[in-house]
Write a protein that binds this ligand. Sequence first.
Ligand code: 5GP
Length: 191
Amino acid sequence: MSGSGLVLVVAGPSGVGKSTLLNRLLKTDPRLKFSVSMTTREPRPDEVDGQAYCFVDGREFERAVSAGELLEHALVHGHRYGTPRRPVAEQQAAGFDICLDIDVQGARQVRDSGADAAFVLIVPPSMAVLEERLRKRHTESPEELARRLETARVELAQRDLFDYEVVNEQRGRAVAELRAILTAERCRIRS
Ligand code: 5GP
């Protein structure tokens, strides 16, 4: 991951609002690009292949893993997700900054790889708020909801991994904080 652009890793529990915040940021920042992940989950009705995700089957995902094409990958809620290495490197080399919307396991792998990246954890104002958001967003069974909340607790306990924490209570403020982090990282002197 060499080059001039920055890598911004944005992680946090499912339902915390990462993609909404990042979409807002991306709209107002032409220097920032989005890393399109590969996933084995089925597309949702409004999702176009190649935009939010590249949708692949298990075999293609495994091929990409074996070929070392993924910067990180993880099993999230029963589906596989991974960050293709090449587009990240290409955007950086072209001078763009690139943001990754990934889970905490993936953020840890990027951190462990020694990559030069800024790590941001998005957190809910409380577990009760996260539970309410998940209930509103999905049609999961009570068991699945309980599993997601348990995963969220495990993820939030790993905040030491991150450089920054943004509480997504009021969306406009959370986007402003993300923008401020990006600005600070752009101004940071690197050795
Ligand atoms: P969803 O299926 O709801 O879009 O995403 C489920 C979770 O997978 C989210 O927390 C999202 O951040 C995470 N995710 C999406 N892409 C990747 C990826 O490439 N790697 C990892 N580790 N997690 C991802």
